[in-house]
Design a protein around this ligand. Structure first.
Ligand SMILES: [Zn+2]
Length: 469
């Protein structure tokens, strides 16, 4: 590989070693006027650093000249920066990256400062499209980016906002016969939103000797320890590497919003019972009719990977070491897959913006919402199953209020002998709101064809299994 050479700056024959050592210790971010380069170098192998060092040579030299102005995890003023994190190359000659947008307001904190400082504004992390074929969140963030830019221009932004507008470039590349196939990784790691690293068990031994009596210090220590534990992992597959990068970005945040959508659906939110109050505020700001609250989960989805370590560590240490539950994380389902619409995207962006005002990331008085949703237990959600294979003929729409025992749909099996026997009714087992159903109307037996949010826990639902049962 030919090496670019800058005689004014890089007067060393061992240029690559110089690049590597510098990138290991520094995080360079350039102003929005320059193409941005952002390396979390501790987690990128040397070979990757070399490749990027070569292509980034001009900016690297610029950075040395501008050393006093460059930042090492330090915030000096309101700013917006854009960076691109390279992912692990999955095959020869290919490489993907994550685009990361970061706004820093007047009262921002950084990881090495203290995200737990009481007088600082929150750090917010937003991402969309983790399941790759769910695009309404990507559309919403397109509009929210503009709102945040305008807030920055007006000098109104106080907190830090980190945005990954396209969280899964791997899944977006899974295009086959004219369709994008998201949700599950072709490279056998499974559901893109499951099995994020479980950090609490890794952090407990490290924290046992270091936690003290100061709640604010403990909170900061826990956040930094979780990040250290994550970065000590060595993912071998591209999807696992992606999960590590996303989690590394979001662990810095006090508020984590993961934007998804269902097949055909109303707006709905999944959050943990610990966060009922804040999740209800978010639902109100989004005018969201359905809030599903889970007790605990086994699947390690992204929101849980961010929030659960805090209460898991609290269970371990609460008797002797106080600290705050310092991360609210939830999953927002922005309706169905075909709901990519400018009016809806703007409305959802306005709702999130209002929630950020409520959380004092942006000044302003949030409007009082007419919609107040306390939430219903996730174990009260009836996942209505198809009894046989066939064509789904719904008799209820998304948003309908259903009674237990009401017919939700017919499954039509043309192989049966008579017209009547070809029609098999499917009933709800709970009172509640039908909030999601299938866009694809041909089903197999045992597949979920409708989701109904009920207030009462259902005996056949298994705690912690999310949507699987
Ligand atoms: Zn999803």
């Amino acid at each position: 590989m030919p090496i670019g050479y800058c005689p004014e700056v890089c007067q060393t024959p061992d240029l690559l070693t110089l690049y590597y050592s510098v990138f290991r210790s520094l995080t360079f971010e350039y102003s929005k006027h320059l193409p941005a380069i952002h390396f979390q170098a501790d987690t990128i192998d040397k070979h990757t650093i070399y490749k990027h060092a070569f292509y980034s040579h001009a900016f690297y030299c610029h950075a040395l000249y501008s050393h006093k102005r460059s930042r090492i995890n330090r915030v000096s003023s309101m700013s917006k920066s854009i960076s691109h994190l390279p992912l692990l190359s999955p095959s020869l000659g290919t490489e993907r990256s994550l685009k990361v947008i970061r706004w820093e307001g007047t009262n921002s904190v950084t990881r090495t400062d203290s995200a737990a400082d009481a007088d600082k504004s929150p750090v917010v992390y937003l991402q969309a499209g983790l399941h790759a074929d769910e695009w309404s969140g990507i559309h919403c963030l397109h509009y929210l980016e503009k709102l945040l830019d305008e807030a920055l221009e007006r000098g109104e932004l106080t907190g830090t906002v980190i945005m990954v507008p396209v969280a899964n470039p791997i899944g977006l590349g899974q295009h086959i016969n004219g369709y994008t196939v998201g949700r599950f990784d072709f490279d056998y790691t499974g559901n893109f939103n499951r099995n994020f690293p479980r950090l609490a068990p890794l952090a407990i031994p490290r924290l046992q000797e270091t936690l003290g009596q100061d709640a604010q210090r403990n909170t900061k220590l826990i956040r930094n320890t979780l990040i250290e534990c994550l970065n000590d992992l060595t993912p071998r597959l591209e999807a696992d590497f992606l999960k590590q990068r996303l989690l590394e970005l979001s662990l810095e945040a006090n508020i984590v919003l993961d934007l998804h959508c269902d097949s055909e659906a109303t707006l709905h939110i999944y959050a943990n019972q610990h966060h009922q109050v804040k999740a209800a505020d978010l639902a109100a700001d989004l005018d969201c009719p359905v809030l599903l609250l889970e007790e605990s989960t086994e699947g390690a989805p992204f929101d849980d990977a961010n929030a659960a370590p805090w209460w898991q560590l609290q269970e371990q240490f609460h008797k002797n070491h106080p600290f705050n539950l310092d991360c609210f994380a939830c999953t927002i389902e922005l309706r169905g897959r075909t709901d990519v619409d400018s009016v809806l995207a703007q409305r959802d962006a306005d709702g999130i913006y209002q929630f950020l005002q409520r959380q004092q990331v942006i000044p302003g008085t949030p409007k009082q919402s007419d919609r107040l949703t306390e939430g219903t237990p996730l174990d009260g959600m009836d996942a209505v199953k198809a009894p046989i294979a066939g064509l789904i003929e719904y008799c209820k729409s998304v948003g309908d209020v259903i009674k237990a025992g009401e017919c939700v749909a017919w499954v039509v099996d043309p192989y049966a002998d008579s017209h009547d026997s070809q029609r098999v009714p499917v009933y709800s087992t709970t009172d509640g709101i039908l909030f999601a159903r299938r866009r694809d109307k041909m089903t197999r037996p045992g597949h979920t064809i409708a989701k109904i949010a009920g207030a009462e826990t259902l005996a056949f639902r298994k705690e912690g299994k999310l949507l699987e049962y």
